[in-house]
Design a protein around this ligand. Structure first.
Ligand code: KIV
Length: 310
């Protein structure tokens, strides 16, 4: 059974809510095995997948492309997709059009919009059309140009304003609220005041749940180590070591070993009868053998979705 917005809302005050970003099919399958109830196809994919400096260049098409891959794994998680910069700010009508494209074309469950009062009209319009919306307050990375970086938000008097904006977003119909890079006391105040769950990132333990970028949790980039990130693994190092080992074995002729090779076991074609011309066409034969093996494997695979790739 798949997680619903209702399930997530009911967790407030009962169970902490773990959320992770997810950008592709394979990760979607793995996180599903781990029992992650809530995915965010974040526009952070602009940084960690596409290599942009900020999330500003991310397009609606990027988001739909990645969300579709995530959904093809058929996760049980509720899947939220970020609305990218300028896909919702121009007008509520444009926002609904963008949100509609995301859920219709990718099959995802909900959208997330950055901003408080400035995004409320768009949120209202999307919610009225029947699309669940997640709000996002505090540090809103799409405003990096205006903010001049990624500073802590909600300090001092700003905190009261953020509290008010949280109320506005709940009123506009959000079922969940992300709080990014705000003082933990403020996040705890918002969490206590809101009747919808809050999900923190760099917002302390007082939130109803937490979200992390999957690349950060896995330690894929050893150079990225802000205070709010905890690395639960060091997969970046593992990948570098594995790739280096592979290169060494190819160079040394150790890989592929005989157990990785295919042999022609039919009685007609043996190495002693092979002519130079048939040797010249060996690559054609190898391709044919591989195609035949692939077909056989496809037929015997247990998982049909995996079979497509073999
Ligand atoms: O895009 C993203 O990954 C996010 C999280 C940081 C909340 O918006």
């Amino acid at each position: 059974m798949r997680w619903t917005t209702r399930d997530i809302r009911q967790m407030k005050g009962r169970d902490k809510i773990p959320m992770l970003t997810c950008y592709d099919y394979t990760m979607s399958k793995l996180l599903d095995q781990a029992g992650v109830p809530l995915y965010l196809v974040g526009d952070s994919l602009g940084n960690v997948v596409l290599g942009y400096e900020t999330t500003v260049p991310v397009t609606l098409q990027h988001m739909i492309h990645h969300a579709s891959a995530v959904m093809r794994a058929k996760p049980k998680a509720l899947v939220v997709v970020d609305m990218p910069f300028l896909s919702f700010q121009i007008s509520p009508a444009r926002a609904l059009e963008s949100a509609g494209r995301i859920v219709k074309e990718s099959g995802a469950d909900a959208v997330k919009l950055e901003g408080g009062e400035r995004s409320a009209a768009a949120i209202r319009r999307i919610v009225e059309a029947g699309i669940p919306v997640v709000g996002h307050l505090g540090l809103t990375p799409q405003s990096v140009l205006a903010l001049g970086g990624y500073p802590l938000q909600g300090k001092g008097k700003e905190g009261d304003r953020l509290l008010e904006e949280a109320r506005i977003l709940e009123d506009a119909g959000c079922f969940l609220l992300v709080l990014e890079k705000v003082p933990s006391e403020l996040a705890a105040r918002v969490t206590a005041a809101a009747s919808i769950p809050t999900i923190g990132i760099g917002a302390g333990a007082g939130c109803d749940g937490q979200v992390l970028v999957i690349n950060d949790l896995l330690g894929l980039d050893p150079d990225f180590a802000p205070r709010f990130v905890k690395r639960f693994a060091h997969v970046g190092k593992t990948i570098v070591e594995a790739a280096a080992k592979y290169c060494a074995e190819v160079r040394q002729g150790k890989f592929p070993a005989s157990e990785h090779e295919y042999r022609d076991t039919s009685s007609k074609t043996t190495s002693s009868t092979a002519s130079p011309s048939s040797s010249a066409s060996s690559s054609t034969r190898t391709k044919a053998t591989r195609a035949k093996t692939t077909r056989t494997k496809k037929a015997s695979r247990k998982s049909p979705s995996r079979g497509k790739k073999s």
